[in-house]
Design a protein around this ligand. Structure first.
Ligand code: ZN
Length: 235
């Protein structure tokens, strides 16, 4: 059984915020119950984490679930949230890259939260990735959905001001100078460049999806993908 699961993980590949994730993190998440973590509902944390932090995280997760549920019409995923306040833990279970949070989706969904990811916008963002994943499944997400769209969609529930459409407007000469995000179908291209360039990709993806999005369009898009249409046909 374990071997089958691991094989599947290898075949499907794992993606996360900004980066392709190496296999070991995904596999460790799969067996998170066997590591030395405390658990409260669907939140995992080390035993040195204070009760206040655990309460804060639980509260943020509930608020994020509400926000994301509203955007998607309903919440369908039950990811496991793994809080890694130590960098070493975050590298081990989340990402070798210093991102604030990551969503790993394969057999189930895992949201890894670093010390810098204790934030409603960031948790909502990751949760939205898992909602898309739950609706289209691993094969479609991996092979049909371009990264710019996946990230742009997640950004709709991410209200960090430096990613806002107003900020983009100011930085892009009224949307005249935008990166060509629609060519960025994978994480190596979407995440390439300087920190500011990558931030522009996130802002622009948010803007492009924002121009497209209505709840009805999103529902139809998911139905079309699940009926076998390509991304271009469904979008
Ligand atoms: Zn993301």
């Amino acid at each position: 059984m374990k071997k089958t699961l691991i094989t599947l993980v290898i075949i499907l590949g794992i993606s996360s915020v900004g980066h392709a994730i190496a296999l070991p993190q995904a596999t460790r998440c799969l067996f998170i119950d066997f590591y030395d973590f405390e658990k409260q509902e669907n939140l995992y944390y080390r035993d040195h984490v204070s009760a206040e932090t655990v309460a804060e995280l639980s509260g943020l997760i509930k608020l994020a679930e509400e926000r994301v549920g509203k955007f998607w019409g309903e919440k369908t995923t039950q990811p496991k949230f793994i809080y890694c306040d130590k960098e070493e833990d975050y590298r081990k279970f989340g990402s070798p890259f210093p991102t604030p949070a990551a969503a790993l989706m394969h057999i189930g969904s895992y949201i890894l939260i670093s010390k810098d990811g204790v934030d409603l916008d960031i948790i909502s963002h990751e949760l939205s990735h898992t909602e898309l994943f739950a609706r289209v499944g691993p094969i479609t997400r991996k092979f049909k959905i371009p990264v710019w769209f996946d990230e742009g969609l997640a950004m709709q529930v991410d209200h960090r001001s430096y990613y806002s459409i107003d900020t983009l407007k100011a930085l892009s000469n009224n949307f005249q100078k935008l990166p060509d995000v629609k060519k960025m179908v994978d994480y190596p291209s979407f995440g390439a460049g300087t920190r500011e360039e990558v931030m522009m990709n996130y802002r622009t993806a948010k803007y492009v999806v924002n121009q497209w999005y209505t709840p009805e369009k999103l529902d139809q898009f998911i139905d079309d993908l699940n009926d076998g249409k390509s991304f271009e046909e469904a979008y």
